[in-house]
Design a protein around this ligand. Sequence first.
Ligand SMILES: [Zn+2]
Length: 487
Amino acid sequence: MEPQRRRRRRRQLPPLVLLALLVAAVLAVFWRATASAVEMDLMGEAEVTLEYGSEYQDPGASALFRESLLLPGNQPVPVRMEGELNTDRVGDYTLRYVAEVTYRELFWQRTEVREITRVVHVVDTQAPKIVLNTQEGQYTLPGHEYEEEGFTAFDDHDGDLTDKVVRQVLEDTVIYTVTDASGNMAQATRPIYYYDPEVPTLELLGNRTMTVMQGEAFDDPGCVAMDNCDGDISDRVTVTGNLDIQTPGAYTLTYTVSDTWGNSAAITRIVIVREPDSPINKGKIIYLTFDDGPGKHTSRLLEILEKYDVKATFFVMDTGYLHLLPDIAAGGHTIAMHTDTHQFAEVYSSDDAFFRDLYAIQNKIYEQTGRKPMLLRFPGGSSNTISQHYSPGIMTRLTQKVTQMGYRYFDWNVDSNDAGGASTADEVFRNVVRGVAGKDYAVVLQHDVKGFSVDAVERIIQWGLSNGYTFAALEQDSPECEHPIYN
Ligand SMILES: [Zn+2]
């Protein structure tokens, strides 16, 4: 029963209802067609891209309340903007423009809200900046790793990016790369400055002066070459010098080496070719002694002695060149006393005067070298007779006193005569060679204040070494060399 009734009612709506529905439909269409409405217009683009930090002027949006049949007349409607925009921070910002109007329509109060949006992309397109520090005078040793001089990276937006820098060390350059949060990349390149200021060091194996018998083969012990970059480069050493083992004499061998950078160093060795050993000279000693200095030729003399590794003895006085005493001491030579003033009238006027003068030079030597000398040579030698004019018997007294006090005094048994008749290096050389011959030990008197006498020294040394002599400096226990006393 029930479903039948329902069907019937649907099939046959009452005419009144149909009319009502029709009227409602017409009214609805009419109302819709005449209804008021808010229309919005976005000024500018709906999507804006903006570099961060730049000024942004929002063009805004407009809203209009559109007239209808019932509410005639267009009315502008205030628009409010919602949403935050920080132009200093990268990001996508949505700005919302909202227009809201409340009005009365027929019997109803209506509120209409319209909204449109704009998207602002705040972007960072600026690359960071890399600053490379440079240290004055910095260089990299060839074959060594580059030592970083420092760098900083800064991005105006992200701030300090130093920690994010990636270093790539290539052979000749270092590349620094950094990318900011927005993907902007910066790169800096630093050339690596290679430089090697250090020359290799050379050290002779064996003695600086070597002796070989005439006709025998010279077995060169060579030398060791070390370089700060290349390490041991002994195998790169080349030896030059025209050593002739058939001809007696002194020869200089020069050992030269270059490192990879091109720094070269050289060292020399003296090779003495000796005539077949004559037993007469074997074990014989030549004591070269130089009086009245130091002077302007002393430095040159020291170089010659150093070249042949020969030690000598210097009986010094205050010549105004006492600043050379440390050089003499550094060469391994003996510094001995020859009194301070060397003025006969002064030093031989009395025993006390002599010691005053002696102590004066002793103190000056001590000041320069830190050592108190105990060896001395009397001005004019212990055999001088000039002292007789000032104090009879003084040489007898002084030689005894100084010996009792623990000093050793030395005269000489070979006079180069450079303070007498000799005035050329040749004469000095001949006098010394003649004087040395036949002596078990020779204490040679020369004066290093005389240039021509210093000129003879190299020949004397070469001759001595190639003839089997040994050169030595006088010591406290050296053999006696004292003249007879005449006063
Ligand atoms: Zn003298």
